[in-house]
Write a protein of this length. Structure first.
Lengths: 243, 243
DNA sequence: CGACAACTTGACGGGCGTCAACCGGAGTGG
DNA sequence: CCACTCCGGTTGACGCCCGTCAAGTTGTCG
């Protein structure tokens, strides 16, 4: 658990570099943040609803999700995250966490003291801008998820989730539509799409049978991406990936 | 259509003042923004998906919603807005609109040139902070909506939407749980909750019959707020209203 | 008083949840 | 090296919540 691992911040610097133009000085300032890295198992809670974190959690390797629970204990996953994503940037300006953050695979995370992050955003407007832009893209993704769970049928819903995950993996350099690996269980796909794991399984089987996707365990191959986009009602504009 | 209506910016200044501490100078700078006000009918589009607005739209009076359409033309409302809300702040940093913004009642809106807003956030960190905080709260509300449409049954879902609307109206000085008025049709409630207008009607009748709410046209009275919170699975923490 | 939008209610059907059983692979311990 | 456990995945049977369709009512505005 090194106290200051430069490599841990690289994925973040890369991601912010995709969001906005960062000067070499901005990038250097970012990379010199003090961090504590940690390896955690799948299912580990990084933030729990109600807490007021004093450190900010950066995902260096692996996958995580944000989720909320309803009164019956039903879980709704509201987003998935991967290498380079900051998982609780909102606590820079909000007090208590309004949702949980949990790993869905073994992961490496880096903790950055909130005070240092605050200072960095104060001193470096370009970095504040990149963070704000990241927040706005997050919000856009949430809006698309409201549409996905509210107004699409089960098959389209699952396909859409797969498309978004494929697109984001591709942007993060973790695969391509032609081949990427799902880190999550079918139950987690269900919690993300507002379905049950049984029905997710049925929909995946149908997508496979109809040759929309090609499954081998958790490895997904999508040979006809345009066809998939159509089936999934997926338009990547909401990801705002073009800088 | 006055070119510079000071009163139009008051609701915004009040709202930002609730989000963060603004110095008198910050407030004055905000209030001196050039605006063009306009009165529009219910159903008017203020922003359309795909556009890249050059002005930012502030809701001065009335109500609006953000919505997205799926491939079948189904509409999903992703948020409601009221006096003092900025409707497309995201276009400060994002290019093309990823959703529509539409009034749901006759409304007064104020257009602020994007360039002026950008400059203000550049010169006044406190205002940038307030805007960022507003963005973060928006995102929190979207997350709760994902949970609402994904993991709650129809009755709870409608009740939750009513609770949120009541809470936000109360914060904006537009009513109280004991009495507030819905500006939207039952079809719009349906589009916000991922249901159909027929089923929304059934749920409202049940909530009324069970004395959870008391309806008279679009006027809602909730005498036992704690009971309503329970029925609706509503915890206002996600609104982050305490400064 | 006619037109139209919003609201209301009933009948019926289907998409998805629930329940339950079984399979396969990975990890674990004897 | 095999038995056992456990988690995740798979499949079928059945039922309910909510969508669909359709008709009627109310209220409002011209």
């Amino acid at each position: 658990m090194p106290a200051n691992d430069l490599n841990a911040l690289e994925p973040l610097a890369d991601k912010l570099g995709r969001l906005t133009d960062l000067s070499p000085e901005d990038r250097a300032a970012l990379l010199s943040l003090p961090v504590t890295t940690e390896i955690v198992r799948s299912g580990h809670y990084l933030v729990r609803e109600g807490q007021t974190p004093s450190s900010c959690c950066l995902l260096v390797e692996g996958f995580a999700c944000r989720n909320k629970l309803n009164a019956d204990g039903g879980r709704q996953i509201v987003s998935f995250h991967m290498r380079g994503d900051i998982l609780d940037l909102q606590h820079l300006l909000l007090d208590a966490a309004d949702h949980n953050v949990q790993t869905i695979s073994e992961s490496t995370v880096a903790w950055i003291p909130m005070s240092q992050l605050k200072q960095l955003t104060f001193e470096r407007p370009a970095i504040a801008k990149a963070f704000w832009r990241d927040t706005l893209i997050d919000a856009s993704i949430f809006r698309e998820w409201v549409l996905n769970v509210g107004r699409r049928d089960a098959k389209t819903r699952v396909a859409h989730m797969l498309c978004e995950f494929a697109a984001r993996c591709t942007a993060a350099g973790l695969g391509s539509p032609e081949r990427f690996e799902l880190p999550m269980t079918q139950e987690e796909i269900a919690d993300a799409t507002g379905l049950t794991s049984v029905h997710v399984n049925r929909m995946l089987r149908i997508l496979d049978e109809e040759k929309v996707i090609d499954r081998a365990g958790r490895v997904i191959r999508i040979s006809d991406w345009n066809h998939m986009l159509h089936i999934a009602d997926f338009d990547p504009a909401y990801l705002h990936e073009a800088a």
